[in-house]
Design a protein. Structure first.
Length: 146
């Protein structure tokens, strides 16, 4: 007759090794980090339209995710507005050109903008000293995935 300890040891080994196939699965593909959002100069004559980037929060289950996406865009915009205010306080003026804005505000403060949803882009309005989100002029007509 088989001893009780032998049965317990056999069950423990079977449990520890499992019954599944032991061939290793290849690791999942590592996603490349998204490219940060790019800023271009706003041209009021181009017909670009400022859009509201905020996702509407209607579902209590997915609402926190929409709020997170909104915050990921709002927080860098607040950082840029703060950096513009500090630039104005230190220099007594706002950046005179788009190049000065990029160098003295974005690069010196190491501000990274998030990737916007497809069809939207960041543009800096030099005259009004404001970062805008506009509907992209180069947005593709269809958004089909290949």
């Amino acid at each position: 007759m088989v001893s009780r300890n032998t049965v317990i040891l056999s069950c423990a080994l079977l449990f520890a090794t499992g019954c599944a196939d032991s061939t290793p699965t290849p690791p999942a593909e590592v996603k490349k980090p998204q490219e940060p959002g790019k800023v271009t100069e706003f041209d009021p004559n181009s017909g670009a339209v400022e859009v509201d980037h905020k996702q509407k929060i209607t579902d209590p289950i997915t609402g926190p995710l929409a709020a997170l996406q909104n915050a990921k865009i709002d927080i860098p915009q607040l950082a840029i507005q703060h950096a513009l205010d500090l630039f104005n306080a230190a220099e007594g003026r706002y950046p005179n050109s788009f190049e000065e804005f990029m160098t003295r505000v974005i690069k010196e403060n190491q501000i990274r903008l998030p990737q916007l949803p497809q069809g939207m882009e960041f543009q800096y309005d030099v005259e009004n000293h404001k970062l805008l989100i506009v509907k992209s002029q180069a947005a593709p007509a269809s958004t089909e995935q290949k």
